[in-house]
Design a protein around this ligand. Sequence first.
Ligand code: ZN
Length: 468
Amino acid sequence: MALLSFLGAIQQVTGSCYLVETHEGVRVLLDCGMHQGRRQDEASNRARFPFDPKTLNAVVLSHAHIDHSGLLPKLVAEGFKGPIHATDATCKLLELMLLDSAHIQEKDAEWENKWRARLGKPPVKPLYTRIDTERMLKQRQAQTYGEPFVAAPGVTVTFHDAGHILGSAIVQADVEDFGRSRRLVFSGDLGNACSPLMHAPATLDEADVILMESTYGDRDHRDHQATVEELADILQQAHRDGGNVLMPSFAVGRTQDLIYYLGQLYQQGRLPQQAVFLDSPMAIGANAIYSLFQEQLDITGAEPGGPNSDSRRIEKWLPILKVTPSAEDSMTINRFKSGAIIIAGSGMCNGGRILHHFKHNLWREECHLVIPGFQARGTLGRTIVDGAETVKLLHQRIAVRARVHTLGGFSAHAGQSQLIDWVSHFKSRPELYLVHGELEKMQVLQKVLDERLGWKANIPEPGDRIAL
Ligand SMILES: [Zn+2]
């Protein structure tokens, strides 16, 4: 009998990692995500893997977000030499995201080593380096949605569109063990069916074991159109108040959605701001990859910018969009005291250029901060959403006087009803495990699944292992 171990994103939303092992000695890792958020979570990125990377046959990756892919270079640095299977678009996004992640790791270590040297402490090594990442990138194997491939002997995988970000996949793994075949379906991150760019997540109907994400297991998102209207109102209010609008955003997925919505408002003459800055080199890179894989997006030519051939180039959707790739370009934004919308990373405000814009704007009551997505516990974004009066960033304390708005409707994750709808397509009642969610949210989903479908879902503990 094959075994499945729950190694990461268990009762939390980061560090996605699961291990499938057969009795014939085949080992396949599903996702190899980085822990993000609280300091102790981030420290666990340095812990040893609970398996020997050298013994893995393959990695199967659901999508490129760092909380699903961020430890791949460490895995390779510690001896993993096999293939990393992912969709073609995910393979391309990995290059962008993990080279950036390696740069952050190297810079963090460099900074830490400066103060360690002054204390007479030995230097630390970065979690991984650019060289580790470049080696890892050579192990990628691009796959196509809907086309089964043999990930490892006896493990046949098919990717289905998860509709979460470009390239995101639901992983269907058919695992043979001693002549017996079992089907594991891992939802990955399921998209919000209302996304303007993504298809609705593919529905599957057969599995023996399901791992389903539950980020928003406790609630539905606000109505989509109402959220667009809410955004339009905030932008009008910011215009009247005479301040800037800050939008911390994930470079991949959220940013492209925001550009789409802002483009829509611009075309309708409802965007009072004079300039929208995309102040994120990674998001600028992601736009190019979204344009490259435009045929995988759910866009019809009716998108903002009109149906001309250029309209699928994301920047064209919003004529007043200015990209600021270099640090010098970024600093020019500081001149704007009003009338600017600034989209910058990181999405949960834990780093990146958004911190500089916080320094210049967060303490000004005429400014508005629009949080368009989930903020994990322990992140600066969560602290602000939870109502902190002051926050510490870039070595100084800053008052939070800007108006803070949370827009739930733009989430790239399925809400509670969408999760229940997705899982209800499975014909029998396979064993269902809730993953990738905070415990309280999973408990709500567990209860609702029982009430509505009479389906008892399990909430695994970290390190649990089950027979497939
Ligand atoms: Zn994701």
